[in-house]
Write a protein that binds this ligand. Structure first.
Ligand SMILES: Nc1nc2c(ncn2[C@@H]2O[C@H](COP(=O)(O)OP(=O)(O)O)[C@@H](O)[C@H]2O)c(=O)[nH]1
Ligand SMILES: [Mg+2]
Length: 352
């Protein structure tokens, strides 16, 4: 999964990026670059460890999230930089980091709701520009536009939503419309998670009413974080970190909290494969059919899918592995359309 950290200059994007990755990229918001910095983080999952205790694989592999730290616009007071839009369109989810702390270098106090609104407007404008260009092109095309009708209708519907200053995120689409839309990678259609970056003194305080209300109306998940503190925590070693967190009354690091929220919000879950070579977590969206889940492992396995041998995570632990589950009758054979459940341990039979 690819997550893009975005937001206005000096909102704390790079600070959060450091907190999430344990890196020490330079903060200060003056970087003169057009490309996003990128780092891969493993998704903590005690189930991978528990399965490995049983299977003793050569390797264990956690699911991974790639974080990209996007530079804000250099030329104007905007969150999105034209040069990095292509890269931004490739992410699975957007994070807007919102400044809620007093910044001595800023000429104004924090205004989270204004920033949320301004960011949304940028997403909408970027998408409108794409739609207008495409519609213009369809109009000019000489070919009998029969097959273009659906696309035109769909884009026109999107266009009017955007013109009402609404993001595409809230719209319902048919599966074939989604497929068509995926080619455009509209920014306002991507899931958006808000990181409310507050000062140290605001730690553990509820969100201000206006922010909570905005989030409710816009159906946004807001994760409150003190980026600066979390960055310091991420740079400690493990034992110091646990102690420091408990002193602050926190049970998890920003990274763990953030990843949990992101998984929830993006409707993500994991299934596992477990064998002598590796125990591995795979990330899929909820309601994925077994055959598509198989495609995560390899496209050949999806193509040649015969059936899946499935053991629920709890059964796998209770009966200490595959053979125990087999004799207890806990191993199921499932077909292509089986909806994979969170924690399923799967072995896929295929034929190429
Ligand atoms: N007090 C406080 N300062 C922060 C926090 N997060 C970031 N900063 C400061 O805000 C400035 C901008 O941070 P940076 O991460 O570079 O912002 P970016 O431009 O969005 O990448 C830096 O001076 C940070 O030290 C925070 O949670 N609290
Ligand atoms: Mg930065």
């Amino acid at each position: 999964m690819k997550v893009g950290l975005t937001g206005f200059s000096r909102a704390g994007k790079t600070t959060l990026y450091n907190a999430l990755t344990g890196l020490s990229a330079a903060v200060g918001g003056f970087e003169a670059r057009h490309e996003a910095a990128m780092a891969v983080v493993k998704v903590p999952d005690p189930r991978v460890d528990a399965l490995s205790e049983i299977v003793h694989p050569k390797e264990k592999k956690y699911a991974e999230v790639t974080f990209l730290d996007f530079p804000p616009s250099q030329e104007r007071k905007a969150a999105l930089e034209n040069q990095s839009l292509v890269q931004l369109r490739e992410v699975d989810a957007l994070v807007q980091v919102v400044r809620a702390f007093d910044d001595p270098l800023a000429d104004e106090p924090p205004a989270p709701v204004r920033d949320l609104d301004a960011f949304q407007a940028e997403l909408i404008l970027a998408d409108l520009a794409v739609i207008e260009k495409r519609l213009e092109r369809i109009r000019k095309e000489a070919v009998k536009a029969r097959e273009r009708e659906m696309e035109k209708d769909l884009l026109t519907r999107c266009q009017s939503t955007l013109e009402e200053e609404r993001p595409l995120r809230g719209l319902d689409f048919l599966p074939e419309e989604r497929t068509l839309l995926s080619g455009f990678a509209f920014l306002s259609e991507k899931p958006l998670l808000v990181v409310y970056n507050s000062g140290e003194e605001a730690l553990q305080q509820p969100l201000p009413d206006d922010v909570a209300e905005y989030a409710r109306v816009e159906n946004l998940t807001v994760v409150p974080v003190c980026g600066k503190l979390e960055m310091e925590i991420a740079q400690l070693d493990t034992s110091e970190r646990t102690e420091f967190l408990s002193e602050l009354g926190l049970s998890e690091t920003a990274r763990d909290r953030f990843i949990r929220h992101a998984y929830d919000h993006l409707r993500l879950m994991s299934f596992f494969t477990a064998g002598p070579v590796e125990v591995r977590a795979w990330t899929i969206t909820r309601d994925t059919a077994a055959v598509h889940a198989a495609g995560k492992i390899h496209s050949d396995i999806e193509r040649g899918f015969i059936r899946a041998e499935v053991i629920s995570y709890d059964d796998y632990i209770e009966h200490q592995g595959e053979s125990g589950c087999r004799s207890a009758g806990k191993l199921r054979l499932e077909g292509k359309e089986y909806r994979v459940q969170d924690g399923d341990v799967m072995h896929i039979r295929f034929n190429v």
